[in-house]
Design a protein around this ligand. Structure first.
Ligand code: ZN
Length: 406
């Protein structure tokens, strides 16, 4: 028996009575988020909207049972509930905040799509009403900032006009005479939604009664998706929340940057410029310090029996470029080799004066064979990182032994 769809004619009906005409136990359906046993109910009439046409299903109560999902099964509507209602005659109620939100988004979508089409010749090819944001995919060239803003502003003007939103019925022919652009393949009587003086669109969804109830439309972004452009938007209560979040975010950033919310862009630019300039200064100071420390280290390094001076050191609490500066400084002096490590992150750096004639890259690889790690370089300069920073000290001892033993 076909379910009578009360929402077709009155999308503001929040409560209704119905008779359970069919009830069966269903196994858990984890992919739909139903982990326990559920019952599948059919009613003689329903105001519950089933997931379809981009709009998610309603939730609410059927008697003492909670609605988990509502599915369109062609003629019938299947309600998934968490228990069997104790009586076949049931009082039902729709979770209204959720439904009204869906109505604001869905009518807002019709309006926004109409503006993209009418003002800019961009047809909508799909619609998704998500838990956070809604999207439409529009066809054509990339929508510029002006197109996005233009469609948003035109939609909001019609919201401010508070035009009537009406439900129309007719055959495909009748609707096309009334101005439906879309080709409809279904036969028989079709349902369409009209926004007065704006557009007429075949649709089985639930809608607000006038454009004023959409509240406002905010376009939030646009990204390429295959050959189309996915436009993100929010309407009504979601737009209010988004605007409030934006405001809070701006205020928080202002507090962090110590400025008024309207000055955050210039304050952030200043902070970044300052950071870059400090970064450059620190590099200069680091290099000078590394040169001075390298000179001291060379003075105290003993010359081995092979005539080489090896400076071997594990650093703590220095940035990784410090090893580079230090190693480069050491390797400028003839007959010297630097074997350096960092206890913080396990970085190793081996460098030699080119005339020494050893192979730093091979020495590094041999060290990694024993302790694990990755890296490489040239005969004179090689760097990498140990798998375990704690073995830096032992890795350098081994490298030093291998160097002396060659
Ligand atoms: Zn629709």
């Amino acid at each position: 028996m076909a379910t009578r769809r009360l929402y077709y004619d009155d999308s503001f009906q929040k409560e209704f009575t119905a008779r359970v005409v069919y009830c069966e136990v269903l196994p858990p359906d984890v992919s739909s988020g139903i982990t326990g046993t559920a019952w599948g109910l059919m009613l003689d009439r329903t105001a519950f909207y089933p997931t379809s046409g981009g709009q998610p299903n309603d939730l609410g109560k059927i008697g003492d049972a909670n609605v988990l999902d509502v599915r369109d099964e062609g003629e019938e509507i299947l309600h998934l509930v968490d228990r069997k209602p104790s009586h076949p005659d049931v009082n039902c109620c729709i979770h209204w905040p959720r439904r009204f939100d869906h109505m604001q988004q869905h009518t807002g979508q019709h309006l926004l799509s109409a503006m993209f089409q009418e003002r800019f010749g961009r047809p909508t090819v799909s619609f998704h009403l998500g838990a956070e944001v809604c999207t439409i995919d529009v066809r054509g060239p990339e929508p510029s900032e002006e197109v996005l803003e233009g469609a948003e502003r035109a939609a909001n003007q019609i919201i401010f006009d508070d035009r009537a939103v009406r439900i129309r019925y007719g055959t495909a022919e009748e609707l096309s005479r009334l101005g439906v652009r879309k080709e409809v393949e279904r036969s028989g009587v079709l349902r369409a939604i009209e926004i007065e003086g704006v557009e007429l669109q075949p649709c089985g969804g639930t809608h607000v009664q006038s454009t004023g109830q959409i509240g406002i439309v905010l376009v939030r972004g646009c990204t390429k998706i295959r050959q189309d452009w996915r436009v993100e938007f929010v309407c009504g209560g979601r737009a209010e929340q988004a605007a409030r979040r934006d405001f809070q975010l701006r205020r928080q950033v202002g507090e962090k940057l110590n400025c008024a919310p309207e000055e955050i862009v210039s304050a952030a630019a200043r902070a970044l410029a300052e950071r870059d300039s400090n970064f450059k200064k620190i590099r200069v100071v680091l290099e000078r310090l590394a040169n001075a420390e390298a000179a001291l280290a060379l003075q105290s390094a003993a010359t081995g029996s092979n005539g080489l001076r090896v400076v071997s050191r594990v650093f703590e609490d220095v940035p990784s470029e410090y090893l580079g500066f230090f190693g480069t400084a050491i390797a400028k002096t003839e007959k010297t080799v630097a074997l350096l490590g960092s206890a913080d992150d396990g970085d190793l750096l081996f460098a030699q004066h080119p005339a020494v004639g050893k192979d730093m890259n091979a020495l590094l690889k041999q060290t990694f064979e024993k302790f694990g790690g990755k890296g490489g370089g040239t005969r004179d300069f090689a760097r990498g990182r140990l798998s375990d920073a704690a073995s830096a000290e032992r890795a350098l001892s081994l490298a030093k032994e291998m160097l002396a033993g060659e």
